[in-house]
Unconditional design. Structure first.
Length: 555
């Protein structure tokens, strides 16, 4: 493999690539994205496919895809073109005995595991999941049904699944409650019956047995993605989802990952995963959700082990002429309590994890993370992530080194064990560091966090700044005096803003001064918070006034 660095100048590099090839690659990347292009060309080069000299087979494949893409571009209707594209690149082709995407991937040197059909459900599922990976990487957002039933592996897998008693248990249990004599196949048939189970994460989607194949094929995710060798891991993930689905269907509680997209951080080279208690932070892959506004990049995904089960298993009522939509069973109080407990626990965990990132920062830059998406990987209905549009632009991200990994494993247990009376200060510092776009709001939130740690009704400025000085500087009296004056200035600036005495941009309050003080307020607040967590005698004190007294007076 030769890259740009192997050539004297850019012109000679492009000449070696071939101008026509470069043009085709650029256009295919624009139409279908780099993930699809890298998959079919089996390219996992560090520099990306557009920055290397291709092999002859890669040239041939790119030229063929471009020719077919140009023919598809002639289809005027957008939806017809979208479906035709999915079928052309992701649909089964008899003479190839696979999809075109898989055939191209193999021809360029990509690994396609040789599976021997032993008549099992697992092998049939692996064949489908691997062959449709190219379809999943297309950005057309076309439903799998456009290509699924034309694949010979679909009917084979459907026949084998029909006899799987473990997987069908949830359907059989629901159908057992039907009145005697029910003969409508759309209601009484396991294959066509529509269930509306309530899951422990609070979701309640329709569930049909014949949809399970598509769910297994399109929702398998991997923890590490390599474009030249990704089919095998995806096949293994699909089988793992099948096993979880069997246990769920039988009414068991299983552990599934909750995927949380974190913006603002990325793993440095040489680190594939950061292991935390019950969690793993890894690089994002092309199979993870992506941000809708194309500005907030998600470089890291957190996998959180989550207990999961179905709480209720109901048949969905048929639509009526009067209503026009199915009716739903009212939620029971005990179900609501289980769901709320689960949601609160996840919200609390995410807040504390993001705060542990802040505490793991060095003195130069805070590791401020933003949660972009959160989705529970339900193996029976799939997972879709709702993503906000109003996130801050942060295409760049702070690299997490091994040192940060060690700090995280130090601070996260302390933050998770932190008493509730410190949560308000934690949330204010989180807002100041990661969520506030307005500098004044950031400064005010940071100082409110100070007050939450050491505030009191009387002499609040002295108690807050004095306690912070003693915690942040234990020996150097001159530095402590300077720090006391700095804290007082920041505190006074906060009061001026709150009471409307000044405005940002005034002669006495230039924007760069506000930015400097806001950043410093967050940094000092994090430093003080660390000291409190390192001293259990302070952390356990519920009142901020008494906590300040303990620091200042020792009792």
């Amino acid at each position: 493999m030769r890259t740009r660095e192997d050539f004297e100048n850019w012109d000679s590099f492009v000449e070696e690539q071939g101008v026509e090839h470069c043009t085709q690659v650029y256009e295919l990347d624009r139409r279908y994205g780099s993930a699809f292009l890298h998959f079919i060309c089996a390219c996992d080069y560090e520099y990306g496919f557009r920055n290397v000299v291709p092999t002859e087979q890669q040239r041939t494949v790119v030229a063929e895809i471009y020719r077919r893409s140009e023919a598809l571009a002639e289809i005027a209707d957008h939806h017809e073109r979208r479906i035709a594209t999915a079928q052309e690149f992701g649909g089964y082709v008899d003479e190839l005995a696979s999809t075109r995407s898989t055939a191209w991937h193999r021809s360029c040197g990509g690994t396609v595991p040789d599976l021997i059909d032993d008549g099992s459900i697992e092998v049939a599922l692996q064949l489908l999941a691997g062959d449709f990976l190219g379809f999943r990487l297309l950005p057309t957002r076309t439903h799998i049904n456009a290509v699924l039933d034309s694949h010979p592996g679909y009917s084979m897998l459907a026949d084998r699944l029909s006899g799987d008693k473990s997987l069908s248990a949830i359907f059989d249990a629901a159908l057992a409650g039907l009145p005697a004599g029910e003969d409508d196949p759309l209601v009484s048939s396991r294959w066509h019956a529509t269930l509306l189970p309530l899951w422990s994460d609070g979701t309640s989607q329709t569930l049909q047995f014949h949809d399970l194949i598509g769910v297994f094929v399109t929702n398998a995710r991997v923890s590490k993605y390599v474009a030249s060798d990704c089919i095998g891991p995806v096949q293994a993930a699909a089988v793992a989802d099948l096993r979880l689905a069997r246990a769920l269907s039988a009414g068991e509680e299983v552990s599934v990952p909750t995927y949380v997209g974190l913006a603002g951080v990325r793993l440095s080279d040489g680190i594939d995963v950061i292991g935390l208690e019950g969690m793993r932070l890894r690089r994002s892959t092309p199979l993870d959700p992506r941000c809708l506004n194309a500005t907030t990049q998600v470089w890291a995904v957190l996998e959180v082990d989550t207990p999961f089960r179905y709480l209720r298993n109901d048949l969905q009522d048929s639509a009526t002429d009067e209503l026009g939509f199915p009716s739903f069973t009212p939620q029971r109080d005990e179900d609501t309590e289980v769901i709320l407990k689960s949601l609160r626990a996840q919200d609390d965990l995410m807040e504390r994890l993001r705060f542990a990132f802040l505490l793991s920062s060095d003195t130069e830059q805070e590791i401020a993370t933003t949660e972009v998406f959160r989705v529970v990987a339900n193996p029976m209905v799939g997972a879709s992530a709702g993503q906000p549009f109003d996130l801050p632009h942060n295409a760049d991200a702070i690299e997490l080194s091994e040192g940060v990994s060690e700090q995280l494993n130090t601070w996260l247990p302390r933050v998770k064990a932190m008493p509730e009376h410190l949560v308000l200060s934690m949330r204010r510092l989180l807002r100041a560091a990661a969520e506030r776009s307005d500098l004044v709001d950031s400064l005010i939130d940071a100082v409110v966090a100070w007050e939450g740690l050491f505030g009191a009704d009387r002499e609040i400025t002295f108690q807050v700044t004095g306690a912070m000085c003693l915690l942040l500087e234990k020996d150097d009296m001159d530095y402590r005096a300077d720090l006391k004056r700095e804290l007082g200035k920041i505190y006074g600036m906060r009061s001026s803003f709150v009471h409307g005495a000044v405005q940002v941009g005034d002669k006495k309050m230039p924007i760069d001064t506000v930015a400097q003080h806001a950043s410093r307020a967050v940094s000092l607040g994090l430093g003080a918070f660390k000291e409190v967590l390192l001293r259990p005698d302070l952390a356990e004190i519920p009142e901020s006034r008494l906590r300040a007294q303990k620091v200042l007076l020792g009792f």
